[in-house]
Design a protein around this ligand. Sequence first.
Ligand SMILES: Cc1cc2nc3c(=O)[nH]c(=O)nc-3n(C[C@H](O)[C@H](O)[C@H](O)COP(=O)(O)OP(=O)(O)OC[C@H]3O[C@@H](n4cnc5c(N)ncnc54)[C@H](O)[C@@H]3O)c2cc1C
Ligand SMILES: NC(=O)c1ccc[n+]([C@@H]2O[C@H](COP(=O)([O-])OP(=O)(O)OC[C@H]3O[C@@H](n4cnc5c(N)ncnc54)[C@H](O)[C@@H]3O)[C@@H](O)[C@H]2O)c1
Length: 453
Amino acid sequence: MNDSHFDLIVIGTGPSASTVAKKTRSEGKRVAILESREFGGTCALRGCNPKKVYANAADLYDRAWGAKGKLIEFDGVRIDWQKLHAFKREFTQPVIEKSEPSYAELGIATFHGHASFGDWNTVLVNGESLTAERIFIGVGAAPRPLDLPGETRAIRSDDFLELVEMPERVTFIGGGYVSMEFACVAARFGASVTVLQRGQQVLTPFDPDLVAQLVQYSAQHGIQTHTSSTVTAIEDASDGRSVIVQYEKSDQSRSVEADLVVHGAGRVPNLDGMNLELGGIDFGDKGIRVDDCMRSVSNPIVYAAGDCADTGKPRLTPTANEEARIVVKNLFAENPSAQPQYGVIPQVAFTVPSIAAIGMSQQDAEASYNVDVRHDNTSSWGSVRKTGQRCAGYKILVDKDTDKILGAHLLGPASEETINLFALAMKYGLTATDIKATLFAFPTFASDVRRMV
Ligand SMILES: Cc1cc2nc3c(=O)[nH]c(=O)nc-3n(C[C@H](O)[C@H](O)[C@H](O)COP(=O)(O)OP(=O)(O)OC[C@H]3O[C@@H](n4cnc5c(N)ncnc54)[C@H](O)[C@@H]3O)c2cc1C
Ligand SMILES: NC(=O)c1ccc[n+]([C@@H]2O[C@H](COP(=O)([O-])OP(=O)(O)OC[C@H]3O[C@@H](n4cnc5c(N)ncnc54)[C@H](O)[C@@H]3O)[C@@H](O)[C@H]2O)c1
């Protein structure tokens, strides 16, 4: 076997690719891994982990603000952006430094550069031509082209995480995860924030009533949210420093002036320039077309997972990890047949406070089941009030016929943790009565769950 032929070529170094490369190598296969940027992937370097450091700062600020005059005095509390930025690097820098050597230590060959296909089993990278028995594509997603005049004036989520200072007026294009999470951070840093969302609701994967509660609370912190508002252009303002964001709302042209515009208008599979056609790899707007076993529908030696694979599932790190686990099982199997076991997938937006969801929405549940909708604004519950916080609520959907949980929707302190109790309950088919009959430590947010169901 020569130096350019491998059992497996892995493209990307995010959660899906790193799992596939390391697990396959541990089975004794010859593996190469290719990365166009720093080794480490989106989640560790430009997504979940650095984002959570910023979200923690915003949450801490909010908790201190809520507790002022009750649990603590608030004088002089502020987020020091530069220190926060430096602290974030404590989490990203070690990944940048250690990720590539960790592959080399395992005997995985590493290559830098943008990978593209030469033919069905050949990958080109940085002037080299590599071949393999199997190829795994885990190239993730990137901000989608905005296709509007002045779009280069908008920074992307990667740039937001590298800002060295926070301007006074920040406008976000789109009202999804990226915009709403970063809007909460910018506002707690003192910025005046505008979110322009095309759809009728921001944070569409979440319960509309809880989202409305969050939007109302966010408004008190300087976040103005405009729904049914489509951004159409970004222009320079006459002062030469700020910009004017043009948008359409109710067939009227409107505008807002900003010092910074952030693209939070969605991400698309990162397939540009990969020459997938030369690899005989079928793909569309939603990514590489794969079968139930994560194998390309058109090139049987190619597998894909994570944000670049067209699975119809939420594009999150846990789903990427589950798909990668299955790819490892199938790659060299005689009859690849393993399929991802997603179960019910919890989703959390790390806004302030966080909002979480699992299972069905109220609308979907009511369309097919006899549903008991148990809901409340819990801002006045003791557990919440004791923290000084004042924005919390829940909606639990219980099937009246079976007593099983169909969906759970949470807003407020620790909802990003509490939702995992529902993940467990729903995966193992526990009933509302089972949950009520379980003792939880008190006083904890988890103990509120018995009261919710
Ligand atoms: C700001 C932000 C916050 C997020 N927060 C969360 C969160 O809190 N929780 C959560 O579950 N998910 C979150 N996500 C989503 C999560 O990061 C992704 O779902 C996850 O990283 C997908 O993993 P992946 O393996 O598909 O690819 P990625 O992690 O995207 O890695 C793909 C890698 O491939 C490389 N690459 C791309 N093209 C090529 C090429 N042609 N050649 C070589 N290399 C290439 C890229 O440089 C990248 O390093 C967030 C995303 C963003 C942007
Ligand atoms: N906490 C998390 O798990 C987390 C955090 C960040 C990102 N992510 C992942 O990254 C993905 C991308 O996040 P995102 O927030 O960029 O996208 P998103 O798809 O969640 O939201 C983008 C929103 O922008 C709107 N939009 C598009 N064009 C517009 C325009 N011209 N004007 C106004 N609004 C417009 C869309 O209607 C959409 O609602 C998520 O779907 C998720 O998979 C997850």
